[in-house]
Design a protein around this ligand. Sequence first.
Ligand code: MTE
Ligand code: HPA
Ligand code: MOS
Length: 763
Amino acid sequence: MSGRSIFLNDVPPARNELLVDFLGSPVAHGRIKSVDLSAASKIPGVVALFTHLDIPGHKYFGSILKDEHLLADETVDHIGDPIVLIVAETRLAIESARKTVRLDIEELPPILSIDDAVAAGSFIGEQMVIERGDVLAALNQSEHRLDGSLSTGGQEHFYFESQTAIAEPGESGRMTIHSSTQHPSEAQQIVADILGIPFNHVVVICKRMGGAFGGKETQAAVPAAMAALAAIKTHRPCRIALSKDHDMRYTGKRHPFQSRWSVGFDSSGLITALSLELLANAGCTCDVSPSILERAMFHSDNAYYLPNFRVTGRLCRTNLPSNTAFRGFGGPQGVANIENIIEEIALYLGKDALDVRQINCYGIDDRNTTPYGQRVENNNLPRLFSQLRQSSEYDRRQREVEKFNAASPTKVRGLSMTPVNFGIAFTSKKLNQANALVNIYTDGSVMVATGGTEMGQGLYTRIRQIVADELGIEFGDVIVAPTSTDKNNNTSPTAASSGTDLNGAAAVDACRTLRERLAEFAAPLLADPKTGLVPLPEQLRFENGLVCDSVQPEQFITFRELAIRAYQERVDLGERGYYATPGIEYNRSTGRGNPFSYFTQGVAVSEVEIDRFTGQLKVRRVDVLIDAGQCINPGIDRGQLSGGFMQGLGWVTTEELKYSSRGELLSNSPTTYKIPNIGDLPEVFNLEFLENSASSVNLLRSKALGEPPLLLAVSVWTAAKQALSFVSPAAANRLSLPATGETLLLAMEQTKICSASHAGIQV
Ligand code: MTE
Ligand code: HPA
Ligand code: MOS
């Protein structure tokens, strides 16, 4: 980090630029009776105030259901739900206007929790189901059966750059928007719809984001549209940058989930049946919640073969900001659930949980189809399990943990290994496509533009590297243009970990066409001076800044020279590449098909120590082994591995969202919401990539790595659960996620107090 990257709000204000912000609802649920702007509009520095009445185009938007409003019309659905857009010369004027607008809102009872929503029948969409075999029969016939429930908490994205957009009105009703967005094309479409102008009148540019983590997949379109509305009305550039506080309070988060489950298994721990009900707190609108719930359902198997399986999923509509994409996209919630179940089985049978995991793990030649019918091809899970079991000295350390726990009156330790088998692809088929523009200039320098956005995950670096390699030139001779909808049209969000898979493949497609064309042109230039023999174009190699005859390497031309000569002879030096992921086909009505292109697999083993008197949890050691195929950039991959794991560590341990009974977020700053910092790093943190991965399905034999590491942090939670089991099975049974110090302490304390009534776990 050099500190030299310019983020949107670092850009100096344009001449004439205005600031934009909004006044949101003070109540979680209410009916708007009146909005009085008369006093606020007279405040010096206030240029304009807008309500839904000022929206020239569509008032509702949304990528799955058009159920979101930019500015509330009849009802307000969460605290902070925007009602009035304030456009002013200064921040001070905005703050005064906020205090001066008079709102008359009839308060309605809010629905905040999953339980409230279920009681009120407040849902979004229908129940979804995926099933295989006859679960009820299999449960009834099973040797053992356990029932239980689990709740997993939400999570704040905590990107450092809050939601930001700058809109510049152009000529003839056109609009350019600089947006911190993962999805420029969707922002373009939403802005155009709201302004009532064609898509081609709007250009959305994203140079980079200061972090996104899913939080800017759909929700960045809101500030973009606010800035655009202000700009088209005032004919002046307009900027909105949410304060951290407002961003935390008013934007969506990871979905909290609740599950109920029944599992059947035999005495070895082999699962014969699993029945599962998932409920997700979606907040006030649909957003991409159905896709998130669906991914949670897909990943409810994690790495295990479940012969008889049924999962149902339902989205609860509540009066909270609409929950949205967050690294893992429902996957972590599904995985935490099955890993909890495995711990329960192990505890019940008195077996090592890793043994239970390994016998249930997807097989290589059999037991390798998911409940939705996709085969787990190139399955490295068994190898990952056994390799890490050995290299982390799992068995020896498990005995040490037992010994330690038997001897320590103050601390209790746990050790646990969990896998990840993350499906790579958008589960929405249409999103699995990308285009790329590659321009070679006459000095041999190259520019590539794709729809992929940079959020710190290293996409631009990877794309530069891929293009440089394809054309056989230096990394430094390639630049990536800021992502923009006028260079790449109808692009997908940079999400689902598939940014490089899709955009990299589209760039490769463009480069290969350019190479063929240039080889055709270069072949006669490389004729043997003695024999006059012209090499075949396929015989030419592009490497080290040269284009040479692979049979006679002394016959070469520099890439630079070739570029200018090709231009002079009118050979096109630009190309648009395209890629659509093959083999993706999923039938939602039958719940069968191949929603994924392949699976990224890994395992992690975590050792934790919990203070029995304070509940404080410390991560002593973490070992990760992941199959990332052939790394495109090992440095970036290590960064994603450690960063993703740490973000997951926060979700499973310290990050806890607290709301007041009115639906107001109380944990709205770093002082009340604890993300991991440097001091929370595991004392020992070993990261390893699986060697000789046989993966061949994907771009350059690599595998996507953006989200999967987050799910490996579930091992920290299961380690905490195992630690509690040494205190008592009831304490372990009660643990919810996150395992905060408070949660852990309460679980241990309640055990002491009511140990009599919780002598056994529910069977
Ligand atoms: N890494 C950083 N530094 N910042 C981010 O915002 N987002 C994550 C992951 N890694 C993110 C990140 C999420 S949610 C996804 S889907 C992927 O990056 C998206 O990028 P990719 O597809 O290029 O991996
Ligand atoms: N992952 C992330 N984002 C998405 C997906 C997905 O599978 N589908 C739609 N948006
Ligand atoms: Mo990532 S949650 O798919 O943006």
